[in-house]
Write a protein that binds this ligand. Structure first.
Ligand SMILES: [Zn+2]
Ligand SMILES: [Zn+2]
Length: 317
């Protein structure tokens, strides 16, 4: 069985408070289970709660052994790391995977920076767990026990990997943090710097890159996709910030035979009320019992369930 549990669904910065109690305020952290294998995606503040859960449950059966895949090193995806309690147990075995860095630093040195004494009282060298660090580009890895992961670069302001986990014919894909590829050149024929050839080339390249992302999540059981903004917000000064918007994402999965689309990386200013309203706006209907159930009219035709990610939710692929 392949499943995912959500320990943090928020983007950019934690957003605790009375307006986020339903969907949660912790930043990104996913617990993926492939039968007995444990995979963690991202070390946002949600990983603190996952660590406590593992110590209270899994640790009774034996040492914690996990593959941790970091999508990228922006702080909302790393900030929970020092509070992951299995780090302080010597029998814990962790393999931390992440993308190479544009500045040449290793993943270990970036995590070490976060634990610099100016920011945190405990150093990386003081952690008891046995940790191996691995950096990747686009690749496919055999993790053993029938579990495979494929990686794909996304469109973000630093190197950021999407992950496609495959296990016994089931699949889960992460596509966050990610902004759709757009034409970078002027397309307004009246603009002074408009050039027809350049505009067409820009259009072609953006289309091709978006098709590669769609191919990455084609036929997947569960797609966890960045959806920080609405279209109105995106076009109000957030272009180029590295995130997607509802009006673009939901239609884009229509032709990709995605079974369940999970809207993820909620904006810190997005309240429970907003998320509930967005559910309704997407014409949701109670058709997905595991989550309280959301299937938009748009996607009913294509059999894609649209689910708003919520802390504590578990989805089976
Ligand atoms: Zn983020
Ligand atoms: Zn980011």
């Amino acid at each position: 069985m392949l499943s995912v549990r959500f320990w943090g669904v928020r983007g950019s910065i934690p957003a605790p408070g009375s307006s986020t109690v339903i969907f949660g305020g912790n930043t990104s952290c996913l617990e993926i289970r492939a039968d007995e294998r444990l995979v963690i995606v991202d070390l946002g503040t949600g990983v603190r709660l996952l660590g406590n859960y593992l110590m209270a449950n899994d640790f009774k059966k034996g040492p914690i052994d996990a593959d941790i895949f970091v999508t990228h090193t922006h702080w909302d995806h790393l900030i929970g790391f020092p509070l992951f309690s299995p780090l302080f147990i010597s029998s814990t075995m962790l393999r931390i995977w992440g993308p190479i860095s544009t500045t040449g630093e290793t993943l270990e040195s970036i995590l070490k920076m976060q634990l610099d004494h100016n920011f945190w009282p405990i150093r990386l060298s003081e952690l008891s767990a046995q940790i191996k660090y691995e950096q990747m580009q686009e690749t496919t890895l055999d993790l053993g026990d029938g579990l495979f992961v494929k990686t794909k670069y996304l469109n973000h302001s630093t190197l950021c990997l999407g992950y496609r986990f495959e296990y016994k014919g089931k699949s889960i894909v992460t596509v966050y943090d990610h902004e759709p590829f757009m034409n970078l050149f002027p397309t307004d024929v009246n603009a002074s710097d408009y050039d027809e050839v350049t505009a067409e080339e820009g259009e072609r390249v953006a289309k091709e890159e978006n098709e590669k992302i769609a191919a990455f999540f084609k036929n997947v059981d569960v797609l966890i996709h960045d959806c920080q903004y609405t279209e109105a917000e995106y076009h109000n000064g957030r272009h180029g910030w590295g995130h997607s918007f509802y009006e673009r994402v939901i239609p884009s999965v229509r032709d990709a035979s995605v079974k369940k689309l999970v809207i993820f990386h909620h904006d810190p200013d997005r309240s429970d009320e907003d998320l509930i309203r967005l559910e309704k706006e997407w014409q949701v209907k109670d058709d997905c019992p595991s989550t309280g159930g959301l299937l938009s009219k748009l996607n009913r035709l294509n059999r894609t369930a649209v689910i708003i990610a919520k802390e504590g939710m578990t989805i089976t692929a």
